[in-house]
Design a protein around this ligand. Structure first.
Ligand code: SF4
Length: 111
């Protein structure tokens, strides 16, 4: 599912810049290059950084909320694919960690 399809991206104007090396033409249409076929130094020089994906999602949410961190917490757009990750954590991994810790503590208590 494309986020851009349902949520107009605030950075849409970037795609009008035809001179960036992060874009290319395909069948006469300006498109973004596939990240795996893009030199990482090029990504860095364009301001992109390597970070856990949930942290990157948080940055996008901050962009969506016009730089207001408190608005990310209050976001009611539960159908947004980023919604579960908007606090910069992956709740699915966190839930697995909690379950694992609970099992370890239970095992210790029994032993
Ligand atoms: S989860 Fe909310 S704040 Fe984050 S991108 Fe989606 S709509 Fe915006």
């Amino acid at each position: 599912m494309s986020i851009a399809k349902d949520h107009t991206c605030i950075n849409h104007k970037d795609t009008q810049e035809e001179t960036t090396p992060l874009l290319e033409y395909e069948n006469g249409h300006l498109i973004g290059k596939h990240p795996l076929s893009t030199d990482v130094n090029l990504l860095r020089s364009a301001g992109h950084e390597e970070a856990p994906i949930a942290k990157i999602i948080r940055k996008k949410c901050l962009d969506c909320c016009v730089g207001q961190p408190s608005e990310i917490r209050y976001c009611v757009c539960t159908s947004c694919p980023l919604w579960p990750y908007r606090m910069g954590i992956n709740p699915f991994i966190s839930a697995r960690c909690k379950k694992s810790l609970a099992q370890q503590n239970f095992t210790k208590a029994e032993g």
